[in-house]
Design a protein around this ligand. Structure first.
Ligand code: MLT
Ligand code: ZN
Length: 468
């Protein structure tokens, strides 16, 4: 590789400027910083350049050019990822899809929309809403994340208990493979029994197989008058009891949880407590309640759970505005703790395994991190727990990362015993790569490598992400 030679790099980039508008082939420091990192903030961005293609043809030419010259490409969406999947810290060319942000097609009969990869999640959600429909994959970073990135990480979020993950809404993909071929995968079909479904390989591939250029997504009807309950819970067993009983009696569209310690960070940003007394944990439950038809059921469940000692207090939203305020108690946690440079765990378990894992993990974390603030929150109704370790102000970043890495080994050993996964929705990227073997054994990883080799024989697509 000749990229350490600035003249050689400049000549290679000039070659790209021959087919992409030179104004969109950037090498300035600000662009490098902006496009070279994601929300992980643990890696120093160091891209060779940032390229912003505007057409499928340009993406294809870029991938072919990168193959010819063995240039590493790091596909880039809204860079809201939390595992370093879109980071360019080793001289990669960032391929930002943000200029490919058109909604190309909408079909009310199919209830589907086709858009370019750079469409922001919230733009798509609003587009659906304006047509009386709903794109239900939703999360706090909706205003910045892009559809291509969502597909590349199989994004989940806050409504998975009812609507599933991004994978469940993708009916078609147009991609440029790491070999530079354009593939149209599944073309919006619901049924298609014609062999291997390559669409699903690209979903969750974190940019390692090629570049997602377009996606066709299903839409559904909107939630009817959703209502939020926030319940104060004394312990984790009670939380699981609430989950069972509410889920059996109501069709839930969210079952989230957060700890009092996590709540305090959003309160510090000016939000109000949901009710006066603090409790160790909180459940946030959402369900449709058109014309109040489920209010009695919800209140009966509330009283029953209070009698059992499973909850100490609670609130039910009386308006859409109040529902949104209550959602913020959960959704704003991530942003409110960002200044503490948290080490993020995003683990998945079968729901039945959550209680046993949590009590073992709690003991382990108390033992290993006696001086660190450990926050629990997440999508417990999906078996997805976010365990965030906050960096003490007086500890330097490298020492903190090393300590967290060591504890992760212990934590993932417990997780493995309970059959869980090291990532539920944030992806592997760079951050979780050292731990992939806790979820996938060596034989399985060898199949992943063979798949990568088929799509990207020269290893130019987001090298070093997921596995080496
Ligand atoms: C969330 O559930 O809030 C997001 O996954 C972000 C995070 O884990 O911090
Ligand atoms: Zn999450």
């Amino acid at each position: 590789m000749t990229l350490h030679d600035p003249n050689a790099s400049a000549a290679l980039l000039d070659g790209i400027r021959a087919f992409i508008n030179p104004a969109h082939v950037r090498t300035d420091a600000d662009s490098g910083l902006h496009y070279g990192r994601d929300w992980t903030r643990m890696y120093t961005p160091n891209p060779l350049a940032v390229v912003l293609p505007e057409t499928l043809d340009q993406v294809q030419q870029l991938v072919r050019y990168a193959n010819e010259h063995r240039l590493a490409l790091a596909p880039s969406g809204g860079r809201t990822g939390l595992s370093g999947g879109a980071v360019a810290c080793q001289g990669e060319i960032v391929v930002s899809m943000e200029r490919m942000n058109r909604i190309l097609d909408f079909d009310p009969t199919d209830r589907s929309v086709t858009c370019e990869a750079g469409v922001v999640t919230e733009v798509l959600q609003n587009f659906a809403c304006d047509r009386g429909l709903y794109y239900p994959v939703d999360f706090a970073s909706r205003g910045s994340s892009q559809i291509g990135g969502n597909v590349a990480t199989n994004a989940g979020g806050i409504k998975v208990i009812r609507y599933g993950l991004t994978r469940d809404w993708v009916t078609g993909l147009k991609v440029v493979t790491g070999r530079g071929d354009v593939l149209e995968l599944n073309r919006g079909l619901i049924k298609n029994a014609s062999g291997y479904d390559l669409r699903h390989l690209f979903i969750g591939s974190e940019g390692t197989l090629g570049i997602i250029v377009e996606a066709t997504l299903s839409l559904t009807r909107p939630l009817r008058e959703p209502v939020i309950m926030v319940l104060g819970v004394p312990d984790l067993d009670s939380l699981m009891s609430l989950y069972h009983i509410f889920r059996n009696k109501l069709e839930l569209s969210a079952f989230e949880f957060f700890s009092e310690l996590a709540l305090r960070h959003v309160l510090a940003k000016g939000l109000q407590r949901p009710f006066e007394a603090g409790t160790p944990y909180y459940a946030l439950i959402e369900f449709e309640n058109p014309d109040g038809i489920h209010t009695d059921t919800a209140l009966t469940l509330f009283e029953h759970c209070a009698d059992q000692g499973w909850l100490e207090d609670g609130v039910i939203s009386q308006s859409q505005a109040q529902a949104q305020e209550l959602w913020r108690l959960r959704e704003d946690i991530s942003e409110s703790i960002a200044p503490y440079q948290p080490y993020k765990n995003d683990i998945a378990l079968r729901i039945s395994k959550v209680p046993a894992f949590m009590s073992e993990a709690e003991a382990l974390l108390q033992r290993e991190y006696p001086d660190f603030e450990v926050l629990w929150y997440g999508h417990i109704g999906d078996g997805n727990l976010h365990i965030n370790i906050l960096k003490p102000a007086d500890l330097d970043t490298a020492a903190f990362a090393e300590k967290c890495g060591t504890v992760s080994e212990h934590l993932f050993t417990v997780l493995q015993r309970h059959g869980g996964s090291i990532s539920a929705e944030h992806g592997v990227g760079l951050l979780k790569k050292p731990y992939l073997h806790y979820t996938r054994d060596e034989v399985e990883i060898s199949y992943l490598r063979a798949i990568k080799q088929a799509f990207d024989p020269n290893g130019i697509m987001n090298p070093g992400k997921i596995f080496d």
